[in-house]
Design a binder for this molecule. Sequence first.
Ligand code: CTP
Length: 412
Amino acid sequence: MLRLMRDPNLLPSEKQTLLSNIANLAASLGMPCYVVGGFVRDLLLGRPVNDLDVVVEGDAIKLGKKLVETYGGKLTTHFKFHTAIWHLPDSDDFVDLITARKETYDRPGALPTITPATIEDDLLRRDFSINAMALRLDGEGFGEVLDPLKGQTDLERGVIQVLHPKSFVDDPTRIFRAIRYESRYGFALDADTQALINPEALKVLHSLSGERLRHELDLILDEPHSVQMILRIASLGVLAAIHPKMPEFNADHEDFLEMDMRLDVEADRRVMSYMFWFIDLSEADVITLANRLDFTNELTLAVWAAAQLKRGMPHLIDLRPSEWTYALEKLPLLSIYAVYLISRESALLSYISIWRHVKPQTNGDDLKKLGLQPGPRFGEILTELRSAWLDGVLSNKTEEEELLRSLIAPRS
Ligand code: CTP
């Protein structure tokens, strides 16, 4: 383990220093200090570690304050959970500081009530054996692995196993987590654990807040094997439990998620994923699910627009470029790009790369100089000029001036 911790490919040297600084301060406060969860799991798998979750037997907030005093940065505190987040100085990085605790759930799916406890209790409250290991950081015990639930054996066997039969009922977000680890590492759910994703647990899922559900789906969508994960949760009855209208992900669209974005369309993998996932839904179903999953207005608009545009395509096919442009201009660019990827309709590509940038050379100031009073007619004239450019009626400035003269000439 010590060898893995000193491997800069798994743990960059600045993180190694950070951990030893935390450990030294914790030791000076007399607090046994551990790094837990995904850190230990990924290190043992020989994978680079991401987040640092530090657990102390003692007051994590006190440790956080001392860290800020000594090394700078900022602290966010959660007194109810006895936790803090230490935002490191001059960086976007942070460390979660946790007081070792026991958890009880007042009702299924509720956030837990917590009581400070030992590291062993803290490991027992966790989701899976592979996430219930701790690595001691302070003093004599440095580098010692605590693995009371045989997480290391499950890591070697590639098995995901809950720690007690009520785990999914207490916290059904763990169902998503299990599937994430299964696909990410090529592991399998232990048969008894899979059997616990039963109607009782799925029922709790039904009452989970949109925000918590979307957070779990977002994390799935960030993963390279997201589509496989969605199909898997669908087969376990999870999607139907979230809402009966939740569709499966059309696997034909999977490759589009890997598209590197060109054409100056800024692609957000999550937004793209929700668009492809919900693109065949009716307008009413998109809105229902956007509400259920607590989508932001921006995400709702992107998904709604993609679904509407895909459905409306047959009515747009024979339009002129100017008509395409005015129909598409109100829609988010990413939604148009998504429908282009599915339909390969060249007009959509022309809109994205060319038409939306086309403008007449004349502007409002030019019209004023020609003696026109600002008003609705201004916009109409500029639109007519733009349409003429888009539809290939104009090809140079002289032709534009000619058309402009005819447009502003008094009508007889
Ligand atoms: N945890 C838990 N139950 C949850 C969420 C988290 O028991 N519903 C525990 C697990 O021990 C987990 C740790 O909290 O390892 C940290 O959670 P998180 O940062 O979400 O997960 P990671 O283990 O870092 O995994 P990932 O790589 O997916 O982020």
